[in-house]
Ligand binder design. Structure first.
Ligand SMILES: *Cc1c(COP(=O)(O)O)cnc(C)c1O
Length: 361
C-alpha cells in the first residue's frame, strides 16, 4: 500500500497511534476475551472506558464541574433540533449567526420548533467572512445566540468568540473542537459530531451548562430528545455508541500524549500557514475563498484559474495519493481539511504538489 495523504472533510483522518492502540486490543479488550464492541454497556469494563473518555475530555478542554458532558447519537445535525427543543422556550427567541451551510441548517431546524431570528449573516459575501456582532440586534428575550465556530464548507473560522453576557452562547464546534485552546466558560453549550476532529462517526459530544439542562422546559419533548435524560443517566439511558466512545478515548489519549491543546494549536497553525502561504505566493494562480482575516486553520478552501485546471489539478493529486481535496459541491474548487490528525508532512507534500502544478501550468 502506497502513502495516502488524507484530506477528507469528515469522516476524516484519525491519529495512527489511536488506530494502532485499538487494533492491538480489538479481539481481546482488557483480558475480557472479547472485543470492546462485544461488552455490555452496563459492564464494569465498559464503564471504565466511558468514565475515562469523559474525564480525559474534561481535562483536555478544562471543562468546569458546572457543565455536563454528554455522549449522544444523531450527529451534529440532531443537535440542530435538540438545542431548540430544550433551550428555546415559547416566549423567547433563538438568535442565529449565519456563516455557512451548517448554520443555515441549524436555523432551519430551530424555525420548526420556536421563534428564531438571524442576528447577522455573511451570505452576501458567499460566506467568505465572519461577521462582527458589535451592532447586532440582540433582545432581552434571547434564549441563546448560536454560532458555528468553524465553517467546514467555506473554510472560515471565528478567531475570537463574541462576548455575550445576556444569553448563553451556543457553538457548533464540529470541525474545530480540540484544535486549539478555548475557554468553555464563554459558552452555555458546545456540540460537535466526532468525525472531524474527535474520533469516528457515530458519537456526538455535547458540553452544556448544568443549570441550562435543569431549567429546560421539556414536558412535551420526547425522552430521547431531552438533554436531561442523558445528563441524569451519565449518557447511559439507553445503549450509547460504545465503540465510538472507546475510540474517542484513544484519540484523546493521543492528544494528551503529544502535548495537549497547546501543542495541537501550534502545529495546526503551522500546517495552515504552509498552505495559506502557498496560496498567497502563487501570484493569483490559487485563490483562497476565505477573507484572510477569517481563514480557518482546519479547512483550507481555494480555487484555480478555471474549471479545467481545477479538474486537472485534482486528477494529478489523486494520482499522487492525495485524497479528499475536492471542494464541497456548493462552492467547488478545492478544500484541504487539515484536522488534528493530519500530519504536517501531508501539508508539506500538498504545498510541493501545488507549486509543481503551478510551474507546469
Ligand atoms: C459535519 C458538520 C455537521 C454535520 O455533522 P453530522 O454529524 O453529519 O450531523 C454540522 N456542523 C458542522 C460545522 C460540520 O462540520
Amino acid at each position: 500500500m502506497s502513502t495516502v495523504y488524507n484530506f477528507n472533510a469528515g469522516p476524516a483522518a484519525l491519529p495512527k497511534a489511536a488506530l494502532e492502540a485499538a487494533q492491538k486490543e480489538l479481539l481481546n479488550f482488557n483480558n475480557t476475551g472479547m472485543s470492546v464492541m462485544e461488552l455490555s454497556h452496563r459492564s464494569k469494563d465498559y464503564d471504565a472506558v466511558h468514565q475515562q473518555t469523559k474525564q480525559l475530555l474534561k481535562k483536555l478542554l478544562s471543562i468546569p464541574d458546572t457543565y455536563d458532558i454528554l455522549f449522544l447519537q444523531g450527529g451534529a445535525s440532531l443537535q440542530f433540533a435538540m438545542l431548540p427543543y430544550n433551550l428555546l422556550p415559547q416566549n423567547k427567541v433563538g438568535q442565529y449567526v449565519l456563516t455557512g451551510s451548517w448554520s443555515e441548517k441549524a436555523l432551519k431546524e430551530a424555525t420548526l420548533i420556536g421563534e428564531t431570528n438571524v442576528l447577522a449573516s455573511t451570505k452576501d459575501s458567499n460566506y467568505s467572512t465572519i461577521p462582527d456582532l458589535k451592532d447586532a440586534p440582540f433582545t432581552d428575550n434571547d434564549a441563546y445566540v448560536h454560532i458555528t465556530s468553524n465553517n467546514t464548507i467555506y473554510g472560515t473560522q471565528w478567531k475570537q468568540f463574541p462576548s455575550i453576557s445576556h444569553a448563553p452562547l451556543v457553538a457548533d464546534m464540529s470541525s474545530d473542537i480540540l484544535s486549539k485552546k478555548i475557554d468553555v466558560n464563554q459558552f452555555g453549550m458546545i456540540y460537535a459530531g466526532a468525525q472531524k476532529n474527535l474520533g469516528p462517526s457515530g458519537v456526538t459530544v455535547v458540553i452544556v451548562k448544568k443549570e441550562l439542562v435543569q431549567q429546560a422546559q421539556v414536558e412535551h419533548v420526547p425522552t430521547m430528545l431531552r438533554y436531561g435524560t442523558f445528563a441524569d443517566h451519565d449518557s447511559l439511558y439507553n445503549t450509547p455508541p460504545t465503540f465510538g466512545i472507546y475510540l474517542l478515548g484513544k484519540v484523546l489519549e493521543w492528544a494528551e500524549s503529544i502535548g495537549g491543546l497547546e501543542k495541537l494549536e501550534q502545529v495546526n497553525e503551522e500546517k495552515a500557514k504552509i498552505l495559506y502561504d502557498t496560496i498567497d505566493s502563487s501570484d493569483g494562480f490559487y485563490k483562497g475563498h476565505a477573507h484572510p482575516s477569517s481563514r480557518s486553520s482546519m479547512n483550507v478552501t481555494f480555487t484555480l484559474p478555471n474549471e479545467e485546471l481545477s479538474k486537472s489539478f485534482l486528477s494529478l493529486a489523486k494520482e499522487r495519493g492525495f485524497v479528499g481535496l475536492n471542494g464541497h459541491r456548493s462552492i467547488g474548487g478545492c478544500r484541504a481539511s487539515i484536522y488534528n490528525a493530519v500530519p504536517i508532512e501531508a501539508c508539506m507534500a500538498l504545498r510541493d504538489l501545488m507549486n509543481e502544478f503551478k510551474s507546469n501550468n
